[in-house]
Design a protein around this ligand. Structure first.
Ligand code: CA
Ligand code: CA
Length: 338
């Protein structure tokens, strides 16, 4: 009887918790830079155009708020649409001299979607793109007559502390459990966080409340950013507007660069393999013939050439090397490792 009871609970949880892979929008990059350099990147992991209008909105849950969705200033309706596998960048619309601090030109150039930048205007969405490290953010979808969180960044209802154990100046979620207490390195302040390419769906309320047993640490009050994001230092805008995700199939178009990516030697008999690409390399994956990933390497520096050590797991096999480049093209080639 007890076993059956547990099984039913597990089934209900599974139904609740797991959003379907590659089926709806999620946050692919979070940027909290200096001054008003803030950006959020939203990714469409589906093969279809998704229409935002009347269906999606962005909310900033300021300083641990649980009721920001009831204040129009913290709710930004999204309009227009997003193409398949596109990453769309939302920034502040600081066009005019007189704004307290302007968005830098390098970030401005990456913005697809401009959010209101007058914090005190009292208007719809005027306080959304103003996070400073201790705020949660969510994408909501209008479904079944309700607005539902389909992806949550950080944790709604929690305000993390600073290193002094207070909330002024603003703290951040850190790399050290329980992540909200100000210990360790700040991850949500003066950082860019890029969603890992293995992430295929957002975090909803049910997932957020079961962090403890899933990806990010111990509930309550836990947001382990590294469970789903990689970090870059502040004010780097290079990766805005593009996102690498396993939802995107390798298509013909993407294989065009195959001829230009050079991998040598092949077969590999020594301790290293060298990869030379026509564009800046973002990451390199090694897959076995069953499609399982043997290893992945993310390149932080801007380089078109990588020299990679051959690990024992790579020996005596045929591997597919997928090279993901900054311009979103991907090349896949087979190599033989002896
Ligand atoms: Ca805040
Ligand atoms: Ca990106």
């Amino acid at each position: 009887m007890k076993k059956l009871y547990i099984l039913i609970i597990v089934l209900i949880m599974a139904g609740f918790v797991s959003a379907q892979d590659c089926s709806d929008l999620f946050i692919s990059e979070y940027l909290e830079g200096w001054n008003n350099n803030k950006a959020i990147e939203i990714y469409n992991p589906t093969p279809n155009i998704i229409t935002f209008t009347d269906t999606y909105r962005l909310i900033r849950w300021s300083n641990g708020s649980t009721i920001a969705d009831q204040d129009i200033q913290y709710v930004l309706p999204l309009v227009g649409d997003i193409q398949p596998y596109q990453a769309l960048v939302i920034i502040q619309d600081t066009n005019f001299p007189g704004q307290d601090t302007m968005v830098w030109a390098g970030l401005r150039a990456k913005g697809d979607y401009l959010a209101p930048a007058d914090y005190n205007a009292g208007t719809q969405g005027c306080r959304v793109v103003f996070w400073n490290g201790d705020d949660a953010i969510s994408i909501q979808k209008f479904t079944g007559g309700n607005w539902v969180d389909i992806d949550i960044f950080a944790e709604i209802g929690v305000r993390p502390l600073n290193w002094q154990g207070t909330t002024t100046p603003a703290g951040a979620w850190t790399d050290t459990p329980p992540y909200w207490r100000g210990e360790g390195a700040y991850l949500t302040q003066n950082q860019s966080l890029i969603r890992k390419s293995t992430v295929k769906h957002g975090i909803n309320r049910a997932t957020m409340n079961t962090y403890g047993n899933t990806t990010t640490g111990g509930y309550p009050n836990s947001f382990n950013a590294f469970a789903e994001y990689d970090s870059l230092p502040a004010n780097l805008f290079d990766s805005l507007g593009i996102h690498t995700c396993e939802c995107k199939p390798l298509g013909l178009e993407e294989n065009q660069s195959n001829g230009q990516v050079k991998i040598f030697p092949n077969p590999v008999s020594g301790n290293v393999v060298t990869i030379h690409a026509p564009e800046t390399i973002e990451s390199i994956e090694f897959m076995n013939m069953l499609g399982q990933r043997v290893s992945i390497l993310k390149l932080i520096s801007n380089t078109r050439e990588a020299v990679i050590d051959i690990t024992p797991e790579m020996r005596n096999s045929v591997l597919v090397v997928k090279v993901h480049m900054r311009n979103s093209s991907v090349s896949a080639q087979k190599i033989v490792v002896r």
